[in-house]
Design a protein around this ligand. Sequence first.
Ligand SMILES: Cc1cc2nc3c(=O)[nH]c(=O)nc-3n(C[C@H](O)[C@H](O)[C@H](O)COP(=O)(O)O)c2cc1C
Length: 334
Amino acid sequence: MPVLALAPMAGVGNWVFRLICARLGARVVGVEFINCRVVSQRSARSERLLDFSDALIYESTGLSLLAAQIYGNDIDLIAAGASELEQRGAQVVDINFGCSVPLILRKGSGAAYLKDLDLLYRAVHQTVEAVSVPVTIKTRVGWDEGSVNIVEVVKRAEDAGAQAVAIHARTVVQKYRGEANWDWISRAVEHAGIPVFGNGDVYSYADATAMQSRTGCDGVMIGRAAMANPWIFDARDGASLPERIDLAVELLNLMARHKGEKVGVLESRKHLALYFKGLGRDSEMRRLILTTRSLGELVDILREWRDDLEDDLPEADLTLSREEAGGLAWGGTG
Ligand SMILES: Cc1cc2nc3c(=O)[nH]c(=O)nc-3n(C[C@H](O)[C@H](O)[C@H](O)COP(=O)(O)O)c2cc1C
């Protein structure tokens, strides 16, 4: 069974979702990325992003490892920010060298470092010096088809002290278009002296095992598929209706605690829509789940539904289709 990690996802990887994935079997859980200039700010937003209280559970149970991710264009601030992340409880500090969102690239952050590997080396090295937890990187295979440099990137990061690398097997210009090319993961694995996590287009548990057997990667990192099916971390491609309802109730209650009722319910909807996609667009239950704003009302609706069901219903398949995955792409596929 491959070691499975939850990919860092902005707007998704809060402590509620991380805890759910860890409990189901994710051995590393990624935090939504944090700008190196935001880490030191004292705002409600930064405090929420930096709420790593779930790490205490991982520490005491050995369930998972919390990997907080930092990005930015100032390596002094990245190193200082990494130290703050460690003090907040991060068990791993990950540096983002893979983000392809145009605004981030224009500022010289994220995957922009793939064009300057000396800078990438210095960012990793300085961060390694600043913290005592492991430093890892997450990146893409290269800028474009003609300049794939993942082997060199891994080597430089490794020389600088990185302890693992996660590779989204697409180029920067590709964003989320086309297919992830796992051959580049194999190539990186052949040359790497540190563990490699493969990432990109793993939609089912079978995809995860296929990625590992085809590439020899040490672990598989899963993003969008986990939004629809966190049971993927338990080697399952779905869950029964009672299980999905129970998880929905838990998600809603915890999200309301974390973000307040209004935002918590709203932000849970992207998961609920995927857990209950089998209901079909015309279903009255689906409409209620995706439009009810009151936490109490929504939980009552779900509990009543649950009470009417047998316990031994079959599992529904929650595997994402390519179209569904495209719709969840970060910053769009364009
Ligand atoms: C909503 C969303 C937010 C994301 N945010 C981040 C992020 O903060 N840091 C990062 O390195 N990658 C981020 N990604 C990229 C994912 O970590 C992952 O590399 C990508 O989705 C490909 O994996 P998948 O095919 O399993 O989804 C994000 C992706 C999505 C869909």
